[in-house]
Design a protein around this ligand. Structure first.
Ligand SMILES: [Fe+2]
Ligand SMILES: [Fe+2]
Length: 134
């Protein structure tokens, strides 16, 4: 099942929407590599690439929230940190144990659920705050 970005996910800030679209693309790359029976090295490098995108994006959002003195910054950052922690744990499992079916399906499920929910519920809150301020 394709994991696709759609207009409902737009937060109305072009830079952030573009980063979200890129993350969707890289998640799809990862899901493809995970489902096509690729080896540990390929899957790990796609996952590293995804982690890099996610980390850069979280930094960009946190900087933007800071610039606008967003009062929800620390709660929002805590959500980012918790998600990163989960992904790091799974990455470590991948490095140590290899791409087991249960690990890959857990990771796929987390990416598919967390990303759209976070965008729609949490990212939109700070985007609305910025829109209402200006
Ligand atoms: Fe985001
Ligand atoms: Fe966020």
């Amino acid at each position: 099942m394709e994991f696709t970005w759609n207009d409902n996910l737009s937060v109305g800030i072009e830079e952030i929407d573009q980063q979200h679209k890129n993350i969707y693309e890289v998640v799809n790359m990862f899901l493809k590599s995970a489902s096509s029976g690729m080896g540990k090295i390929e899957i790990a490098s796609t996952l590293d690439f995804l982690i890099k995108h996610i980390e850069d994006h979280f930094c960009a959002e946190e900087e933007l929230m800071e610039q606008h003195s967003y009062p929800g910054l620390s709660d929002h950052k805590a959500e980012h940190d918790e998600f990163k922690e989960t992904i790091f744990e799974l990455k470590e499992m991948l490095d140590v144990v290899g791409p087991s079916l249960s690990m890959l399906s857990k990771l796929s499920r987390i990416l598919r659920n967390w990303i759209p929910t976070h965008i729609e519920e949490i990212d939109k809150q700070f985007a609305d705050f910025i829109h209402n301020k200006s």
